[in-house]
Design a protein around this ligand. Structure first.
Ligand code: 5GP
Length: 201
C-alpha cells in the first residue's frame, strides 16, 4: 500500500480557502482534512473535532512542550497548530490529507521532511483581496498599510509553493485544485507498488 500524500494549502486571509475546500471535498471524498488545535473560541456552527480541537492556552502549550505539534503559530492573539499524530496516522494508513494553514506554519512543515505538495490560493489582485477583507471587517484598519503588508509578506511566500490557484471564480478554483490532487495521485513515485504488481501479473 502506498503512503498518503500530504497537501498544504495556504493563502492570505480572504483568499477563500475554506469555501474552495468545502467544494473540493464534495467531489474528492477519499481525502482527509487535518483538524488543527486552536486556543480560539468556537464560532457559530463550529464543532469540536470537526473544525478544530479547541484547547485552553495551558493545554495547547503542553502539547507544544510534549512535541505533539508538527507546526504552530500565533495569529490574532490565538494559537493554531497541526497535530503531528493526526497527520502521521493518515499518511501511514495511505490516506491523502490536506492541511489548511497560513504561510508561516507552512514554512515550519518544510523542515519536517514530509515532502508535501504546496498549493497557494489567492485572488488575482491585492485590490480584490482588500475589497473582500473590507466587506467583512468592522474594525478600523489602515488599509494602505495592510496593502503593503499583504504584498510584502503574505504574497511573497507564493514563490515557495508548487502550485498557484487563482480564486476569482469559485468553480474554476475548485476545478484547478481537484486537477492538482488528481495529477499528484498519478505520479510514478506515488505508484511504485502498482508498477511491480503490473509486472507480476
Ligand atoms: P480561523 O481563525 O479563521 O479559523 O483561522 C485563521 C488562520 O489560521 C487561517 O489563515 C488558517 O488557515 C490558519 N490556521 C488554521 N489552523 C492552522 C494550523 O494548524 N496551523 C497554522 N499555521 N495555521 C492555521
Amino acid at each position: 500500500m502506498r503512503k498518503g500524500i500530504l497537501f498544504v494549502i495556504s493563502g492570505p486571509s480572504g483568499a477563500g480557502k475554506g469555501t474552495v475546500l468545502k467544494e473540493v471535498f464534495k467531489t474528492v471524498t477519499d481525502l482527509e482534512y487535518s483538524v488543527s488545535a486552536t486556543t480560539r473560541a468556537p464560532r457559530n456552527q463550529e464543532k469540536e473535532g470537526v473544525n478544530y480541537f479547541f484547547k485552553t492556552r495551558e493545554e495547547f502549550d503542553k502539547m507544544v512542550k510534549n512535541g505533539d505539534m508538527l507546526e504552530y503559530i500565533e495569529k490574532f492573539g490565538n494559537k493554531y497548530g497541526t497535530i503531528k499524530s493526526y497527520i502521521e496516522s493518515a499518511l501511514e494508513r495511505g490516506r491523502d490529507i490536506i492541511l489548511e494553514i497560513e504561510t508561516l506554519g507552512a514554512e515550519q512543515v518544510r523542515k519536517a521532511g514530509l515532502n508535501p505538495v504546496y498549493i497557494f490560493l489567492t485572488p488575482s489582485s491585492v485590490t480584490e483581496l482588500i475589497r473582500r477583507l473590507k466587506s467583512r471587517n468592522t474594525e478600523t484598519v489602515d488599509w494602505q498599510q495592510r496593502r503593503v503588508e499583504i504584498g510584502r509578506d503574505e504574497l511573497q511566500c507564493a514563490y515557495n509553493y508548487d502550485y498557484l490557484v487563482i480564486n476569482d471564480d469559485l468553480q474554476k478554483a475548485v476545478t484547478a485544485l481537484i486537477a492538482i490532487i488528481r495529477a499528484e495521485r498519478q505520479k510514478v513515485a506515488v505508484n511504485i507498488d502498482k508498477i511491480q504488481q503490473i509486472i507480476d501479473k
